[in-house]
Design a protein around this ligand. Structure first.
Ligand code: C5P
Length: 401
C-alpha cells in the first residue's frame, strides 16, 4: 500500500555528510506515492548537487529565498502552504539550533516558520555534538514545539567516532513520515481508553492516589480520534480538556472505573488501559473525618480489581493494550505483564527517568507484542501517541484479518 499517496512532502536538506542519503530518501518517499519538493541549504549543496535531487524528485530544487525567478515560479509562502509535511533530513546541529530559536535566515528556516504543516527532522551529526548540552536543549525545545524527531541512530560515524548521531536509514525515515498521516487507519473502530489516576477514599476528605497526570491517555484519545476511531475516554480525576469528538466519562475510584469500562464493552474493538489504577483501596471508608487521636495509625488495604485483566477475559474480547510503568527491569517486567494479563500489546515506560513518564510532557516507550518490540523514541506525548496509534491500528488489523 502506498501510505503517502498524493501527500506533499517538502524535503529540507541541510549540510551534513548524510546529505547523500537524501537521494535515496526521495526515491523511498516517491515509492510510497508522495510528491516531493526539495529545499537545500547552501551547505547541503557542498555535499550533493541540486541537479541530482531535481532529477530524482522531478521538481526544480529550491535553494534561495532571494531568487526572483524561483519566487515567481513558486514563492516561499506558496511552498510553505503546499506542504503536508516538512521533513528535514539530514538535520544538522546548526539547523536544529536555528529552528529551535525561530530564525528565518535562509529559505528552509523561513519555510519552517511560515508553514502550518507538521515538521519532522532526522538529526545527523557527530556523537559529541549530539550529546552536547546546547543540542540537547534545542532538542527539548523542538519536541515541546511538536517537531517530530526521527532518530538519530547509534553506530559508526563518518568521522570514525561511534555513538548516537547517525541519520537513520532512508526507508525508516519514509516509514516514519507515513506515520504522520495515520488518519483513516481506525475508521469505524470503537476504542475505549482509561486515563489518569484513580483515587481511593480513606474518609470524606482524604484519599490514596498516585502521580498520573492523564496526559498520555488524553493524547492517545486525541490521536485515535484523528485516525478515525470513535473514542470513549474513562478518566480518573485530572485537569485536562476533553479532546473534541470524544465521549468522556469521569470516575474517581478503581471500582467506578471498572463499572464504567464494563458498560462500554459490548461495543469495543480496542481497549487501551492507560490509567494508573490504584492497586489497593482502604478496606473501609470512614464516614466521618478521622481524628488524629493516636501517634500512629494503620489503614488496612484490600486489592482493587485489575481492570485490564477483566477486559482481556471478556467475551467478545477487544484488542487489549496495556501500559507498564516501571522503575527497574523495564522490558522484563513489561513482558511478564503482557503474558500475565493476557494482553495483545504492552507499552513500556521508564518512570524512573524524570524527563519522561508521569508528569512530563514528553515520553519515550517500547511497544511490545508477542511478535517483537518497537522503540518509540523520545517525543512529545502528542507525537508519541500518534506513533503508538499507528502501531496499534496495524496490529489490530493483523489480529482481525
Ligand atoms: O499491574 P500494573 O499496574 O503495573 O499494570 C499496568 C497496566 O494494567 C496498565 O495498563 C493499567 O491501566 C492496567 N491496570 C488495570 N487495573 C489495575 C491495575 C492496572 O487496568 N487494577
Amino acid at each position: 500500500m502506498q501510505q503517502l499517496n498524493n501527500k506533499h512532502i517538502l524535503l529540507g536538506v541541510t549540510g551534513g555528510i548524510a546529505a547523500y542519503k537524501s537521494a535515496e530518501l526521495i526515491r523511498r518517499l516517491k515509492e510510497q506515492g508522495a510528491e516531493v519538493q526539495v529545499v537545500m541549504t547552501a551547505a547541503a549543496q557542498e555535499f550533493i548537487t541540486p541537479l541530482t535531487l531535481q532529477a530524482l524528485s522531478g521538481n526544480p530544487v529550491h535553494t534561495s529565498l532571494l531568487d526572483p525567478e524561483a519566487e515567481a515560479a513558486m514563492g516561499h509562502i506558496a511552498l510553505a502552504r503546499w506542504a503536508d509535511l516538512v521533513l528535514v533530513a539530514p538535520a544538522t546541529a546548526d539547523f536544529m539550533a536555528r529552528l529551535a530559536t525561530g530564525q528565518a535566515n535562509d529559505l528552509l528556516t523561513t519555510l519552517c516558520l511560515a508553514t502550518n504543516a507538521p515538521i519532522a527532522i532526522a538529526p545527523a551529526m557527530n556523537q559529541a555534538m549530539w550529546r552536547d548540552a546546547a543540542t540537547q536543549q534545542n532538542l527539548s525545545t523542538l519536541i515541546a514545539q511538536q517537531v517530530a524527531i526521527f532518530g538519530p541512530g547509534d553506530g559508526e560515524q563518518a568521522c570514525g567516532d561511534v555513538g548516537p548521531g547517525r541519520m537513520i536509514e532512508p526507508n525508516h525515515i519514509a516509514e516514519l513520515a507515513a506515520q504522520q498521516f495515520a488518519s483513516g487507519s481506525l475508521d469505524g473502530v470503537k476504542l475505549v481508553i482509561t486515563a489518569g489516576p484513580t483515587i481511593e477514599a480513606i474518609d470524606p476528605v482524604r484519599f490514596i492516589s498516585n502521580h498520573s497526570s492523564g496526559k498520555m491517555g488524553f493524547a492517545l484519545a486525541q490521536a485515535a480520534i484523528d485516525a478515525g476511531a470513535s473514542v470513549t475516554l474513562i478518566a480518573g480525576p485530572v485537569h485536562l480538556a476533553t479532546p473534541e469528538r470524544c465521549q468522556r466519562i469521569n470516575v474517581q475510584s478503581a471500582e467506578q472505573m471498572l463499572q464504567a469500562v464494563n458498560e462500554q464493552l459490548a461495543h469495543c474493538d480496542i481497549f487501551i488501559g492507560c490509567a494508573a489504577v490504584a492497586d489497593y483501596r482502604p478496606a473501609t471508608v470512614a464516614e466521618q473525618k478521622i481524628k488524629k487521636n493516636d501517634d500512629s495509625m494503620t489503614i488496612s488495604l484490600v486489592r482493587n480489581p485489575d481492570i485490564i485483566s477483566a477486559v482481556a477475559q471478556h467475551q467478545p474480547r477487544p484488542f487489549c493494550v496495556g501500559f507498564a510503568a516501571e522503575t527497574e527491569n523495564l522490558l522484563a517486567h513489561a513482558q511478564q505483564k503482557l503474558a500475565r494479563k493476557n494482553l495483545d500489546m504492552i507499552i513500556a515506560n521508564d518512570v524512573a527517568n524524570s524527563a519522561i513518564g508521569f508528569n512530563s510532557d514528553n515520553n519515550a516507550a517500547t511497544l511490545i507484542t508477542q511478535h517483537g518490540q518497537q522503540l518509540l523514541a523520545l517525543a512529545s506525548k502528542t507525537q508519541l501517541a500518534r506513533a503508538a496509534i499507528v502501531h496499534i491500528a496495524q496490529h489490530f488489523k493483523q489480529a482481525n484479518c
